[in-house]
Write a protein that binds this ligand. Structure first.
Ligand code: FES
Length: 68
């Protein structure tokens, strides 16, 4: 699914930048993907994807800590 129409970025590309590239902000996502925001309409969605990934990482760490 296209998330950023201005740059033709899909959710898969953005997820890869977050999960594999370690991007934690929309600016870092754009930098990793070699482009820049234009209209800005996608920024809240990209920020939410990054927050969700951060939350999932923290949940995994908590689960591992509880399992120890
Ligand atoms: S939709 Fe991403 S900058 Fe316009």
């Amino acid at each position: 699914m296209y998330v950023c129409l201005c740059n033709g970025l899909t959710d898969r590309q953005i997820r890869a930048a977050i999960e594999q590239g370690g991007a934690r902000t929309p600016a870092q996502v754009f930098r990793q993907l070699g482009c820049a925001p234009r209209c800005g309409k996608c920024l809240p969605f990209i920020a939410a994807m990054a927050r969700r990934a951060e939350g999932e990482a923290e949940s995994e760490e908590s689960a591992l800590a509880c399992a120890r």
